[in-house]
Design a protein around this ligand. Sequence first.
Ligand SMILES: C[S@@+](CC[C@H](N)C(=O)[O-])C[C@H]1O[C@@H](n2cnc3c(N)ncnc32)[C@H](O)[C@@H]1O
Length: 234
Amino acid sequence: MQATRFLTTLIAFFLVSCDRGATTGHPGNESENPGGRSFYEMVTGNSVGDGQSGWDKLFNTSRYIYGKDPIPFLSKHINKIPKGDALVLAVGEGRNGVYLARKGFRVTGIDISDVALKKAHRLAKEYNVKINLIQGNLKFYKIPENKYDLIVNVTYFRKGLIPSIKAGLKRGGAVVFENYTVDHLKYPAGLSVPKRFLVEKGELRALFSDFQILDYQETDDGKEAKAHLLAIKP
Ligand SMILES: C[S@@+](CC[C@H](N)C(=O)[O-])C[C@H]1O[C@@H](n2cnc3c(N)ncnc32)[C@H](O)[C@@H]1O
């Protein structure tokens, strides 16, 4: 009985301290053991980076943290992507999803953060467009197969999701993927990002090497280092 109480207290202590860690800098921030898994992950099987509370706290301001405009890589290529059903993974405050709706796509966006989704809803209203928003954890969410003409994945990297992204696209469907690369670690903005949320140089291109790659770029503007990909499912 006493041992159970001790274990419960120990777990509660670690959950609280890890949750605090999640709010400093990048919400995915966590102290990792040399094996790459935090104590929180070992105890709960969940990653703090997937925790809703850190993201909710980050987004809990009237300001749009990531802005209201789409990423330039998406707007640059928008005219090459045939209109249809679009899925925006980790849609956040909605900058890319709302842009796609404005361009005539039927948009579904998924995110773990209720607070972000409320802001996405508000942004859609501002532009008088509708988007379908789902609160869900992409660690468990099942992307329907052969359904989408476009899947957008920006600044959210879960390597295990790549096969589902590929399966979720119709033949001829497009994927727009953008993420920070490991070079981002040298910048102040990158210091709090756990390395596993970053892509290696060339990694995105290699992950989609079975697709037709229409554009692949790695950029570094002295503040941010990113990889950008537009590819078509054969
Ligand atoms: C860096 S933000 C990027 C948001 C958006 N993609 C953008 O570029 O504006 C990462 C987003 O991933 C979401 N997120 C983190 N873990 C998640 C998970 N396991 N399932 C779904 N969304 C998640 C966060 O709530 C947040 O909105």
